[in-house]
Design a protein around this ligand. Structure first.
Ligand code: FCB
Length: 438
């Protein structure tokens, strides 16, 4: 594998998010729904939170040195709403704005293109108290936050996406209850899934009004594999695919929701949802694909959506996620052919967790290198088959707070010792460095 295997100008990057690395207790940030979700027993492994995380808030220069030294062209980071506006609306925390200003300049000094995500999952608690993503006002609250943060750093961004992974914000957090705010309620889900898209569209419009360019949408995808070819399992897999992979893409790129989702969710969508597609479908300049794995789906008796994921036969990562690079190829091609129709596409997240340990200063994470190589091969195949894929970001720069799974699941190219906070580049980092040097 080498850089020259990819078209001229293809961008390689690595990604992180604010709450997972910064250390939320530093710098005057307000409370978020991840602080309270994680403090509630049973939600997060060992009730761990992002209060200190990797202390990136103080160590960002050292961390960006690592990004640059690997040979990456671009760095995908996120801005914490509660760091910038501790109550979500109103008062601005100047220290928070100053931090993102310094971070931006530190990227530019290292020749790294700043790729921002406005929201990567930690919602200011005051807004959560008002119903969070269930409240239709969230689109405008988010728009106001967009104005404040991009009013400060928007002039120097390479690219911006408003929301990381609407499926996680909507379904995972309000239907499955696996992420903050930990709800399991279909009405809350219908509202959150629609409002997150209204917030996306509002933020794009606000950034256009600021004169910003290169604005995109980042969705996550999981390949939906029916456990067999019986018609009921094929239908269950198609329904899973629609909920996970087609609802948000449909809203943004086709101004419609798939029937296989509406059949169960329509009664719970907010009144007048059909009138919001002009906003939701506000044109974007590119689409980001986050991809990790596939699920094996079968029918399950009971209420809609009548399905469940079961364990599959493929080799798995530390997360228990099956390794399935063909899925990445499929989603790049589908995105291009059915949704984005020629817009540039990035892989905005791809990577794996591994039970990495430091032995004599080395981390021998061969499995990660193999994972990345196999997925880059799939990306290359999509490019040869005509997909306008123009960049690829690895999740993640360093081991970090893996949400409900705490600090145990290590996704980094760089190992972090969560006692000393020492950073140790893993072997995958070094191999990547050699690929990117070519
Ligand atoms: C994605 C998230 C990211 C990280 C990876 C493993 O869904 O965007 O924050 O948790 O999964």
């Amino acid at each position: 594998m080498q850089r020259s295997d990819f078209p001229e100008g293809f961008l390689f990057g690595t990604a992180t998010s604010a709450y997972q690395i910064e250390g939320h207790k530093f710098g005057g940030a307000g409370p978020t729904h991840w602080d309270s979700f994680s403090a509630t027993p049973g939600n997060v492994v060992r009730a761990e939170n992002g209060m200190r995380a990797c202390d990136h808030y103080h160590r960002y220069e050292e961390d960006l040195d690592l990004v640059a030294a690997a040979g990456f062209d671009t760095y995908r980071f996120s801005t914490s709403w509660a760091r910038v506006m501790p109550d979500g609306v109103g008062q601005v925390n100047q220290d928070g704005l100053d931090f993102y200003d310094r971070l931006t300049d530190a990227m530019l000094e290292r020749d790294l293109k700043p790729a921002a995500t406005l929201y990567h999952w930690e919602l200011p608690s005051t807004l959560n108290d008002l119903g969070g993503w269930q409240n239709p006002n969230i689109a405008n609250w988010f728009g106001d936050f967009t104005d404040v943060i991009m009013g400060r750093i928007g002039d120097r961004m390479f690219s911006v996406a408003p929301i990381n992974e609407p499926w996680c914000v909507g379904w995972l957090s309000h239907f499955e209850g696996a992420h903050a705010p930990g709800l399991r309620d279909i009405r809350a889900t219908g509202r959150a899934m629609h409002h997150v898209l209204c917030a996306h569209g509002t933020a794009v419009q606000r950034m256009r009004a600021l004169g910003m360019k290169n604005l995109g949408a980042v969705c996550n995808f999981e390949y939906s594999n029916a456990i067999d070819n019986t018609s009921e399992n094929l239908t269950a897999a198609a329904r899973y695919d629609a909920i996970y992979n087609r609802f948000f893409m449909g809203g943004i790129f086709q101004k419609q929701y798939p029937d296989l989702v509406l059949e169960g969710l329509e009664p719970y969508l907010p009144k007048g949802w059909q009138n919001d597609f002009a906003l939701i479908g506000t044109p974007v300049d590119w689409c980001g694909i986050n991809y990790y794995t596939r699920s094996n789906i079968e029918i399950k008796e009971g209420a809609w959506p009548n399905l469940q994921a079961v364990e599959g036969p493929l080799e798995k990562t530390q997360m228990g996620w099956e390794i399935y690079p063909d899925g990445l190829y499929e989603f790049i091609m589908r995105t291009h052919r059915e949704y984005t129709l020629g817009l540039p596409i990035y892989v905005t997240e791809n990577g794996m967790s591994n039970a990495d340990v430091v032995v004599d200063g080395e981390v021998n994470d061969t499995a990660r290198t193999a994972y990345i190589e196999a997925h880059l091969e799939a990306a290359k195949r999509a490019i040869s088959d005509g997909a306008p894929l123009i960049g690829y970001y690895i999740w993640s720069l360093m081991d970090n707070y893996e949400w409900a799974l705490g600090y145990e699941k290590r996704f980094g190219l760089v190992h972090v010792d969560f006692d000393s906070l020492k950073r140790t580049p893993k072997n995958s980092y070094k191999i990547l460095q050699s690929w990117l040097a070519d």
